[in-house]
Design a protein around this ligand. Structure first.
Ligand SMILES: Cc1ncc(COP(=O)(O)O)c(C=O)c1O
Length: 379
């Protein structure tokens, strides 16, 4: 973490020439490993430090019924709810905790809406590392339950000032005071975790047999996932495994859309104004400030992508449709990508013949109360 706290970021670079000399699509195919460590040469820590819970290798589902309902022929869901703690954050935290083990840390701290903290707590439990989790006062019940059972120390934080990210402020104070290792998913406070979600586009390309993908829809809060996906696409290109990029779409809730405004208003990162008091049913997408917004903006620009915001009823409709048409049970934040796709199809930005992949990022079991609240009557 940069001492000045001025959002300086450290990008991890690899010896791309050495990798491309050895790696082509064929030997990748014959690899046995079926987790994020399948792509070890693209990760910033060696596999021997890893704690493995089965992270990554999530299914790519051909969503024919949902596609038909939305009016798109080639729709795929990358079902990240199948990760060990039921969100994509396991990719990030598997890498984060391996790094903490490599450098000998026994106490790690995290600021998170809940999923990343639950994930870090699971990996830490398996490694015998203590976790100090700073989460919002109203964090989802399923995420709190995970944190408690994995044995984390939980600090619930309340936003008091406009635009303040109370969990990040508290985490930084604890890092300064107690010397904990900062392990949130956001790049400015730890450079390694964004390397984990990078494995999503790696898997995606292998699963889709390297055929062209037109769009990838990414639910966005801090922008770490978007940054990871963008970094993965660049790494694949740098070693010659792909020669073009799909267009990335950042999807935010209407009640917290600082990054969408920056994308559509062509603002630079340092001009982004935090959302004063974020509010949405998508509790995982409520970071008032997109901490990884610099690289997220670059990813959208370089791939000729889009930024879109969707309202809460549209997000809840997406939760319903994923369950009813595809048997995929997502939390609202995890389903937001579908709402973004629906909107861009309606606006004619995405065509009915385009190939679209939606990242479904977290399980509905995390927030059963919220998901059930949309039912007209209780069972
Ligand atoms: C289920 C889910 N989806 C998407 C996101 C957004 O990820 P990011 O903060 O990396 O933009 C989060 C973040 O917590 C999440 O929990």
């Amino acid at each position: 973490m940069c001492r000045k706290r001025d959002f300086g970021r450290l990008d991890v670079e690899y010896d791309y020439d050495a990798i491309s000399a050895k790696l082509t699509r064929a030997p990748l195919k014959s690899r046995g490993a079926r987790d994020v460590w399948r792509y070890e040469e693209f990760l910033p820590v060696q596999q021997k430090f890893a704690v493995k819970l089965g992270e990554g290798n999530t299914p790519l589902i051909r969503a024919e019924r949902l596609g038909k309902k939305l009016g798109i022929g080639k729709l795929y869901l990358k079902d990240e709810t199948r990760n060990p703690t039921a969100s994509f954050k396991d990719r990030a935290m598997a890498v984060g905790i391996a790094k903490a083990i490599e450098i000998g840390k026994n106490d790690v701290a995290i600021a998170s809406s809940g999923n990343a903290a639950a994930s870090l707590a699971a990996y830490s439990a398996a490694a015998g590392i203590r976790v100090h989790a700073f989460v919002p006062v109203d964090a989802a019940i399923g995420k709190i339950a995970q944190l408690m059972l994995y044995g984390a120390t939980i600090v619930r934080c309340k936003q008091e000032k406009e635009g303040e990210d109370a969990t990040v402020q508290a985490m930084l104070r604890a890092v300064d005071k107690f010397g904990y290792y900062p392990c949130p998913s956001f790049g400015p406070f730890n450079p390694y975790q964004v390397e984990g979600p990078k494995t999503i586009p790696f898997e995606l390309n292998e699963q889709h047999k390297w055929d062209e993908i037109d769009w990838i829809f990414v639910p966005t809060g801090s922008g770490c996932l978007l940054t990871g996906v963008w970094k993965g696409l660049q790494d694949l290109r740098r070693v010659g495994l792909v020669d073009s990029y799909p267009r990335l779409v950042s999807v935010q809730p209407k009640g917290n859309q600082a990054l969408t405004k920056a994308i559509n208003g062509h603002l630079r990162f340092d001009r982004i104004v935090p959302e004063a008091y974020p509010e949405s049913v998508a509790s995982g997408l409520l970071d008032p400030f997109p901490w990884d917004g610099d690289s997220a903006l670059a990813g959208i620009e370089k791939t000729r992508g889009e930024g879109v915001s969707v309202d809460d009823p549209a997000i809840m409709q997406a939760v319903k449709d994923l369950a009813a048409y595809e048997g995929v049970f997502a939390e609202p934040s995890g389903a937001a990508g579908v709402a973004g796709l629906r909107k861009l199809l309606k606006e004619g930005v995405v065509g009915a013949d385009d190939t679209s992949v939606v990242l479904v990022t977290g399980s509905g079991l995390k927030e059963p109360d919220k998901v059930m609240s949309m039912l007209p009557h209780k069972p």
